[in-house]
Design a protein around this ligand. Structure first.
Ligand SMILES: C[C@H](O)[C@H](O)[C@H]1CNC2=NC(N)=NC(=O)C2=N1
Length: 112
């Protein structure tokens, strides 16, 4: 388990820096199942989680929502039959902050 799961998100400030390319490369090592991608000019972290049915996917979505509230940092959660797509980015800076990596690692930890 990466130490990211032991960390807490900090308050999202508009003047906070986005992660650098070097930080991105280092942090991605802790969340290898996630894909960094740019959508509408905004760098995001995305991962698809597969489940046997809708009910299990729905339950996982609720766990992610609980995590988001606990960290006061919120993802996009797409709930489909047998699949949940979670996307993390920081609205305040239109890009990736350390918070997004902490939350991605904590999202993975929900499956442990
Ligand atoms: C109003 C603003 O959205 C809130 O202060 C918090 C809540 N959750 C958040 N979640 C994410 N992903 N980014 C934010 O900038 C953010 N800001």
């Amino acid at each position: 388990m990466s130490d990211l799961t032991q960390q807490k998100c900090e308050a999202c400030r508009a003047d906070a820096p986005q992660v650098s390319e070097q930080e991105l490369a280092e942090l991605m090592r802790d969340i290898p199942d996630w894909v960094p991608q740019v959508r509408d000019g905004v760098m995001q972290l995305e991962r698809e989680f597969k489940f046997k049915n809708f009910k299990l996917a729905w339950a996982f979505s609720n766990q992610v929502a609980e995590l988001a509230e606990a960290e006061f940092h919120h993802p996009s959660i797409l709930l489909e039959w047998g699949k949940v797509t979670v996307t993390w980015w920081t609205h305040a800076i239109n890009g990736l902050h350390k918070n997004d990596f902490i939350c991605a690692a904590k999202t993975d930890a929900l499956l442990k």
